[in-house]
Design a protein around this ligand. Structure first.
Ligand code: MN
Ligand code: MN
Length: 314
């Protein structure tokens, strides 16, 4: 044997010893984790990195208050704000439905923003109570979930953009206050929030003032991976809104192929404030494919096909 081979042999056995030690260490750590069980400090909770959260959630037992499920959907089946259906995507594990009384939210614990909010709007919800302006963490959230608060938005450069707007709920200060929970907000550029997004909100209230009945769903479209502010609060790449408008004497069951449906998709990007909301009109179909959600699913299939493909021009 040459001196070189001896050195190589020694190096090889050193390497084997090292690998053996590592694997022993790993095994004992795994044992520790297994013994400690779910109550240990090793349990993943409120991870900063949203992707880590996605992996961690799989091993976390479901919240006692109940995760999104078919049962949960049944509980919302007769909700006044969801008369045209419960927006649903392929993965209900990140859809926590929250009954905020004057609207309904599907909260996404991974993105830490709502997937969507849905509400009925008619003249009876409008009024002139003082805007409460008291943004607060949502007390309706299960205790195991991170509660977004004002610090997550501070110095982020983004507005706390309401999905269900404060001005749509001015009939009582109680109703108005419910719109200020952080499960009803997404980070929006000010020029979007105070620009075309707000112009459309005003237009909706104008239609409600006229006595019409509106069913509205609003939410976000996210890039993959999504960008975040604060403690992993996702910033939508765009915001969508679907507005179904019925005449005063009509009911949800009267939606037909001629029903007016406005659908918009507005980019949450610099420059958006220079545009009119009508420039962002699109079809419900386009929003369904961008967001992954099926909307208006309580409406007969044949009617859905027509009103979802159409691009309205108000
Ligand atoms: Mn707003
Ligand atoms: Mn649909």
């Amino acid at each position: 044997m040459t001196a070189k081979r001896v050195r190589q042999g020694r190096r090889g056995s050193l390497l084997r010893t090292f690998l053996c030690a590592i694997s022993l260490l790993l095994q004992s750590r795994l044992l520790l984790v297994a013994c400690a069980g779910p109550s240990s400090a090793l349990r993943p909770d409120v991870p900063r990195d949203p992707d880590a959260g996605r992996q961690a959630r799989r091993s976390v037992p479901p919240a006692r208050s109940g995760p999104a499920s078919k049962g949960q959907e049944r509980a919302f089946a007769n909700n006044v704000h969801l008369a045209l259906g419960i927006p649903t995507d392929d993965d209900i594990s990140d859809d926590r439905l929250l009954d905020e009384r004057s609207f309904v939210v599907s909260y996404n614990p991974i993105r830490r923003v709502p997937n969507w909010a849905a509400w009925r709007l008619d003249r009876s919800y409008l009024g002139h109570v003082q805007r409460t302006r008291a943004f607060r963490p949502d007390p309706a959230l299960p205790a195991d979930l991170y509660r977004v608060d004002a610090s997550d938005y501070r110095h982020s450069g983004y507005d706390r953009g309401h999905l269900c707007p404060s001005a749509d709920r001015e009939d009582s200060s109680d109703d108005n206050a419910t719109t200020f929970v952080f499960t009803n907000t997404q980070p929006q550029l000010h020029e979007l929030n105070a620009g075309p997004w707000e112009r459309l909100e005003q237009y909706e209230r104008l239609r409600a003032e006229r006595g019409e009945l509106l069913y509205i769903v609003a939410g976000g479209v996210f890039s993959n991976p999504f960008s975040t502010i604060g403690h992993g609060v996702a910033v939508p790449a765009a915001n969508f809104k679907i507005v179904v408008i019925l005449r005063a004497e009509q009911k949800p069951a009267d939606v037909d192929a001629r029903t007016e449906v406005l659908a918009v998709l507005m980019p949450n990007e610099p420059g958006v404030g220079l545009h009119r909301w009508t420039e962002y009109l699109t079809s419900v179909d386009a929003i369904e494919s961008a967001s992954g959600y099926d909307f208006l699913n309580a409406i007969p299939e044949g009617v859905q096909r027509v009103i979802e493909a159409h691009i309205a021009r108000p």
